[in-house]
Design a protein around this ligand. Structure first.
Ligand code: NDP
Length: 340
């Protein structure tokens, strides 16, 4: 209680953070107390109330090369909280804000700490209509799903063109993509490795659920029977090749992930004989105004009625277990982190 009072009085200088150490034996996790002075220089000091666990956080927390270079480190690529100090007149003290991507949680101390200090150019005012908690149920995964849909719409995707396939369906991006597509009137076919999660996926709005094995086998055929109008792919590898080969003429796939593999073995034939489009999605370095446009959508016309249904909540001490489960492909939906 004393600690909470201090936070309210804003006199505190120490805070709790999830901490990853790495050496030759691997990585170790614990929750430690840090000082505000340990945080990097920046325009805006934010008290983080909520964060979320994304696949990239799991990679950072497990020492995967290419995500975080310097350890010890606090991951957390998402943060929602309240401005406690600011040199930017547009970001006033006490206002609710959101930080998604850029270098947060990669090589800058991230949202798994009760405070972050970041450049003003990374900070978005919380869109009206979304609470801090709801914004982190969506998090990077939700923004990425919205970006996938935005790109499909740029290619003129419409519900009457036929079913849309979503791979990695029970994952964070997959879950939100299914819910958004269904909310916007599309027929969704979910691809999942979790046979026991059919009810969950149908509850999000999937009309059909097919097993991962259906699309996992490497095929020597340059094209397969066209079955889907469009797709959102979060897994890459052979599954992505099969998705591309199974799209209807003029179909599009928005791709964002690599949980199966970053490699894709495919010929040019689906592209030059069926006019298939591959649309790349990057939520990290996307300009702030593009992120803002999609957050406004998620708060307004794309606002999901079933947000709470796709989230499990943990504290800082629950992150380590979530990271292990996520890397093993065993998490269903989104994991919200209650930070402060
Ligand atoms: P999750 O771990 O929440 O979900 C991934 C899902 O993929 C799993 O739940 C599982 O779903 C499925 N899966 C796991 N392993 C395999 C496998 N070997 N083969 C096929 N399917 C598998 O991750 P996120 O949804 O947070 O992220 C998904 C991907 O998107 C990641 O690669 C992540 O790095 C990337 N990403 C990229 C972003 C960008 O800006 N480009 C932003 C956000 C994420 P099921 O059991 O239902 O099949």
């Amino acid at each position: 209680r004393q600690r909470q009072m201090c936070i309210r009085d804003r006199t505190m200088t120490s805070f709790d953070a999830f901490w990853v150490e790495k050496d030759e034996q691997g990585t170790r996790h614990q929750v430690i107390t840090r000082e505000l002075d340990d945080l990097p220089e920046g325009d805006v000091l934010i008290e983080v109330l909520y964060s979320s666990v994304n696949y990239k956080d799991a990679m950072s927390a497990s020492g995967v090369p290419g995500v975080t270079k310097q350890y010890p480190h606090t991951p957390g690529i998402d943060a929602a909280g309240i401005v406690r100090a600011s040199t930017d007149p547009t970001l006033s003290i006490g206002s609710e804000v959101l930080v998604i991507g850029f270098d947060l949680g990669m090589n800058t101390a991230g949202g798994f700490g009760q405070y972050i200090r970041v450049p003003a150019g990374w900070v978005l005012p919380m869109p009206a209509g979304l609470s801090l908690r709801e914004s982190m149920i969506l998090g990077t995964a939700g923004l990425t799903a919205a970006l996938c849909l935005e790109k499909l719409f740029w290619m003129n995707a419409q519900p009457e063109q036929g079913p849309v396939l979503v791979t990695g369906a029970t994952g964070g991006v997959g879950s939100v993509a299914i819910a958004l597509l269904s909310h916007l009137g599309f027929e969704v076919v979910a691809v999942s490795g979790k046979q026991d999660q059919v009810d969950y996926l149908k509850g999000l709005g999937a009309e059909t659920v097919i097993g991962r094995e259906t699309l996992s086998e490497q095929s020597s055929r340059p094209m397969l029977k066209p079955m889907y109008a469009h797709a959102v792919d979060t897994v890459g590898g052979d599954m992505l090749s099969n998705v591309i080969k199974s799209l209807n003429p003029q179909g599009s796939v928005a791709i964002c992930g690599l949980v199966a593999s970053p490699k894709m073995d495919i010929t040019v034939l689906p592209f030059i004989l069926r006019g298939v489009n591959v649309l790349g999605v990057d939520s990290v370095e996307l300009p702030l105004e593009d992120k803002a446009r999609n957050w406004t959508r998620l708060a307004e016309e794309w606002r999901l009625p079933n947000l709470a249904q796709m989230a499990t909540e943990v504290g800082l001490d629950g992150i380590s277990q979530t990271v292990d489960a996520l890397l093993a492909g065993g998490v269903v939906g989104r994991t919200l982190v209650r930070v402060s």
